[in-house]
Ligand binder design. Structure first.
Ligand SMILES: *[C@@H]1O[C@H](CO)[C@@H](O)[C@H](O)[C@H]1NC(C)=O
Ligand SMILES: *[C@@H]1O[C@H](CO)[C@@H](O)[C@H](O)[C@H]1NC(C)=O
Ligand SMILES: *[C@@H]1O[C@H](CO)[C@@H](O)[C@H](O)[C@H]1NC(C)=O
Ligand SMILES: *[C@@H]1O[C@H](CO)[C@@H](O)[C@H](O)[C@H]1NC(C)=O
Ligand SMILES: *[C@@H]1O[C@H](CO)[C@@H](O)[C@H](O)[C@H]1NC(C)=O
Ligand SMILES: *[C@@H]1O[C@H](CO)[C@@H](O)[C@H](O)[C@H]1NC(C)=O
Ligand SMILES: *[C@@H]1O[C@H](CO)[C@@H](O)[C@H](O)[C@H]1NC(C)=O
Length: 475
């Protein structure tokens, strides 16, 4: 009797030990965490050679769900430690040692822990509400205990529990049940996931469909109008419309606001104005309105708070909206070929902007106070001096291009803020001399000064002095 009882309790303990937890999926009263879609299945890690934030002699690789191998020692592991010179690898955990912890109470987050030979790697699972996919190495402490943080939507309870069924969507009286039905309802042909590379600019319409059969990106070329069903594509991230002058953008565009990140219109909507709802697309990071006959851009553009890149090339803009300098994430502004645009003064105060392209306009003076510009392209304008350049140049810059203007002289002050610059284009101006400060710029790879008014002695001086810094002088 006594023996049997011992045997039974021993059996219970043993079976608890050998019932390994599923390294891919964790079901709990709080919901399900499923990491299957994050792990690579080809034997390489989804998060390879990640650095801790502070100095360390080791890197770390992790693959959720499925084993991977790296270096001589990490064979079929979940977590691997790699020496900085990549000579040595150490196993921190194998998939079959996975143990889940749902996190207790408020404020603690779930985690998955792997163990191997006295070492332990614990991955905190931090729920992301956006597309973030990142592994942070938090470090070792105490010794042999390694901490990581995985940030992904699959780290959320029920974040990646299979594909949720698609909702029906009604627009103008028609009910759409799937992205497939929407795309097939279009009155023109659309290639699905065409082979790369694709011509640029695109020559035909195509859609990018993901493994869940959702249309995520759509490019339309030469269409008469936008089929209404398009506004039911609830996962659409990128929409591009080319060479479709009769297309007008309807107010329904804001039905895409939950997903749309990039909108490109080229030769579109030449007669109809852009709808106010365009500025409801709060997740938009890229907006391009090219060759659309645009005479003014609404101040409402200031509501696109995620906007990172704005392209307004080949329009008829006379001025720019003041709200541009308030956009907190705007880094790149391109307004080439607006042949009525004479001033960029509204950009004063923009601290995020680092790239400004405004060639082929009629800009007649350098704007003020855009303190972080690294690339400036103002070719073919009506500049007569570079006065004020010191208020728009950053310390480290890449390229300033000021060809084809009427610049007669450059003051030393204008270049005083530049420490580094790689390329400086000044051809086809009216320069007779260059300021001394130009020779102090570090890292200058090439300067282009052909078609100016330099005399032979000045050219000899310029070429000779730049020989000291190995700067290519194009004359
Ligand atoms: C979606 O629409 C289809 C066809 O109209 C219908 O059969 C189905 O019940 C609808 N589904 C939902 C969830 O409303
Ligand atoms: C829906 O129908 C109305 C009336 O015919 C039309 O004005 C509107 O543009 C349509 N919406 C879309 C997205 O096509
Ligand atoms: C789809 O669009 C998004 C957002 O613009 C972009 O980041 C991504 O690279 C595109 N994917 C493909 C396959 O083109
Ligand atoms: C969308 O834009 C329209 C017109 O500007 C505005 O009236 C409406 O309140 C906006 N909706 C949202 C959700 O911001
Ligand atoms: C932009 O303007 C320049 C100079 O006027 C012209 O040569 C060029 O073709 C224009 N570019 C486009 C894309 O229209
Ligand atoms: C400028 O660039 C140099 C070399 O790339 C770098 O060492 C320096 O930290 C940079 N300075 C600033 C202010 O970005
Ligand atoms: C210029 O190039 C020569 C030969 O490559 C090299 O010895 C010299 O250090 C370089 N000078 C500078 C300032 O980079």
């Amino acid at each position: 009797m006594f023996r049997l009882k011992t045997f039974i309790s021993l059996f219970v303990v043993l079976s608890a030990l050998i019932t390994a937890e599923d390294p891919c999926r964790f079901e709990h009263t709080k919901g399900t965490i499923d990491l299957s879609s994050l792990g690579r299945i080809d034997g390489t890690p989804a998060y390879p050679d990640e650095y801790p934030p502070t100095g360390s002699n080791y890197l770390y690789s992790y693959n959720p769900c499925k084993p991977f191998s790296e270096g001589a020692t990490c064979n079929n592991v979940a977590v691997c430690q790699i020496s900085k010179d990549k000579q040595f690898t150490f196993i921190l955990g194998k998939q079959d040692s996975a143990e889940w912890n749902p996190g207790s109470g408020l404020g603690t987050i779930p985690s998955i822990t792997y163990t191997y030979d006295g070492k332990q790697a614990s991955i905190q699972l931090m729920c992301a509400t956006d597309e973030t996919n990142q592994l942070d190495v938090l470090g070792e402490g105490p010794i042999n205990f390694y901490k990581f943080r995985l940030i992904n939507k699959c780290a959320c309870w029920d974040g990646c529990k299979g594909v949720p069924p698609q909702q029906n969507c009604t627009i103008n009286g028609t009910v759409y049940t799937s992205d497939k039905q929407i795309i097939q309802s279009f009155p023109f042909s659309v290639s699905i996931n065409p082979l790369q590379p694709l011509p640029s600019p695109p020559k035909f319409s195509y859609a990018t469909v993901d493994t869940n059969r959702r249309v995520i990106n759509l490019t339309l070329v030469n269409i008469p109008s936008i089929p209404p069903g398009l506004f039911c594509l609830s996962n659409l991230q990128e929409l591009s419309i080319f060479d479709s002058p009769t297309v007008a953008i309807p107010s329904e565009i804001d039905r895409l606001s939950a997903s749309l990140q990039s909108l490109t219109m080229s030769q579109v909507s030449r007669s109809a104005p852009l709808p106010a709802e365009l500025y409801n697309l709060s997740r938009l990071s890229t907006l391009s309105i090219v060759n659309c006959g645009l005479e003014a851009l609404s101040e409402d553009v200031g509501r696109l708070s995620s906007l990172n890149q704005l392209t307004l090339d080949e329009n008829l803009l006379v001025s720019l909206p003041w709200s541009l300098n308030k956009l907190p994430s705007l880094t790149t502004l391109s307004i080439n070929n607006n042949s009525r645009l004479s001033s960029l003064d509204v950009l004063a105060g923009s601290i995020s902007l680092n790239t400004l392209r405004a060639s082929n306009c009629i800009i007649n003076h350098i704007p003020n106070n855009i303190p972080n510009l690294r690339t400036i392209e103002l070719n073919n304008n009506q500049l007569t001096s570079l006065d004020g350049l010191e208020t728009i140049t950053s310390v480290n810059s890449t390229l300033f291009s000021l060809n084809n203007n009427r610049i007669t002289s450059i003051s030393s002050v204008a270049l005083s803020k530049i420490i580094r610059l790689e390329h400086l284009y000044l051809s086809n101006n009216l320069l007779t001399t260059l300021p001394d400060s130009i020779y102090s710029i570090q890292g200058l790879k090439a300067i282009y000064i052909q078609e100016n008014k330099f005399n032979a002695k000045e050219l000899e001086w310029i070429q000779g002095v730049f020989r000291l810094t190995n700067t290519t002088v194009v004359i």
